[in-house]
Structures are given as structure tokens and as C-alpha cells.
Ligand binder design. Structure first.
Ligand SMILES: N[C@@H](CCC(=O)N[C@@H](CS)C(=O)NCC(=O)O)C(=O)O
Length: 199
């Protein structure tokens, strides 16, 4: 049984989905206001995960690569160029798209002047939309980010797409990406993860 520390609907939800897709048992723990959480995750960020041996894992990409390799998942290509491409898109999600959304969250919470907030958030949202266009370009050639099967990159992107509802500015997502997101949201593991984060 894995222990997974999450914030409801945060990026940690992708790990919640992945553990289910890998047929692993998971105890989902709400990290919000959890005393001592920084002794598990020094930055205070989720996801954090503890395995049955007591090994502690933080940082989404490291957790995903660990789980895929440990559970011998076909999602992680063995051939070097394919593996590098998979990691490229994983880090596109985690280190390009996610920080672009983080800027929106940051501006939404710290900018108090309404006109300044509208301007800065519009610029930040344009960057997020630009990144969704990169996803759209990829999905114009194939149904999912890794080919014809949903993979963890699709799941991560679908989790981020759910954040659009929090902002008073428009993020544009193309039709192919919207179809991919709908398929991810229909996955039983995605639905189960959503339920498990209703604390
Ligand atoms: N570098 C970390 C960042 C994770 C991250 O930004 N998590 C957000 C939720 S999506 C979080 O916990 N933010 C609250 C905080 O950092 O205190 C990773 O990739 O796992």
C-alpha cells in the first residue's frame, strides 16, 4: 500500500490516477494543514509518496519514473529515443505547462488592483494557451500524447485543464486537446481518484 499526499485536484492527482492504473493500493492523505508535512516534503508541495518499505518520494517526475519502472509499465518506453521523447513530454507538462498555470494562481492571489490583475492574468493566460496549442499540434497527428493510448502526460494535462475554472481569464484549449481531456476524465481510475480526494 502506498501513502500518497495530495491537495484536492492538484498536480498530485495524476499520481493518484497512475497508482490505480498500475493496480496499486493507495491511501490518499490530505496534505493541507498537515502538521509535520515538511518533514516528508521539504518544500511543502504535493505530491509526496511513501512506499511499503518507508521510502519517501517527492517531485512528480521522479515519482512517475520510479513507479513506471518499478511496476514494469509499458508506458515507459525501453528504446532510448522513445524513452527520451516520453520524458520530454512529461517534463513539458511538469516544467513548462504547470509553471505557466502556477503564474496564474500566483497573480490571482497576490495582485489586488483589479485592472492590474486583469492585464497580468491575461498575459499569463496567453502563455498557457500558447502551450495548449503545442499540445493541439501534437494531437493533430495522434490521438494521445504518447500515441494511440492514454498515458500519464495526458492525465497530467487533463488535471491542469481542470484548473481553468479557477481563473477570471480565458485559456484556449483546442478541439483535439478537449477530446483527449474528455477521454481522460472518463477513465474509471480518474473518477476514482477524484472521489478519493473529496475529504
Ligand atoms: N516541483 C514539484 C512542484 C509540485 C507543485 O507545484 N505542487 C503544488 C500543487 S499542484 C503544491 O503543492 N503547491 C503548494 C505549495 O507548494 O506549498 C513537483 O513537480 O512535484
Amino acid at each position: 500500500m502506498y501513502k500518497l499526499y495530495v491537495r484536492p485536484g492538484a498536480c498530485s492527482k495524476a499520481i493518484n490516477v497512475l497508482l490505480r492504473d498500475l493496480d496499486q493500493k493507495v491511501e490518499v492523505i490530505d496534505a493541507r494543514n498537515l502538521e509535520g508535512f515538511k518533514s516528508i516534503s521539504p518544500t511543502g508541495a504535493v505530491p509526496a509518496m511513501i512506499d511499503e518499505q518507508g521510502n519517501v518520494f517527492v517531485e512528480g517526475v521522479a515519482i512517475i519514473l520510479h513507479l513506471l519502472e518499478k511496476h514494469n509499465s509499458a508506458m515507459l518506453p525501453k528504446e532510448l529515443l522513445k524513452k527520451t521523447d516520453f520524458i520530454r513530454w512529461l517534463t513539458f507538462a511538469n516544467a513548462t505547462m504547470h509553471p505557466a498555470y502556477s503564474r496564474l494562481f500566483f497573480l490571482n492571489s497576490v495582485v489586488k488592483d483589479e485592472a492590474e490583475k486583469a492585464n497580468t492574468m491575461k498575459a499569463a493566460a496567453a502563455k498557457v494557451s500558447e502551450y495548449w496549442q503545442i499540445v493541439e499540434d501534437k494531437l493533430n497527428k495522434q490521438r494521445y500524447m504518447g500515441g494511440d493510448q492514454i498515458n500519464i502526460v495526458d492525465v497530467w494535462l487533463a488535471v491542469y485543464a481542470g484548473w481553468n475554472a479557477y481563473f477570471p481569464v480565458e485559456v484556449t484549449i483546442g478541439p483535439k486537446a478537449k477530446a483527449m481531456i474528455a477521454d481522460v476524465q472518463a477513465m474509471p481510475s480518474f473518477k476514482a481518484a477524484t472521489e478519493s480526494e473529496k475529504f
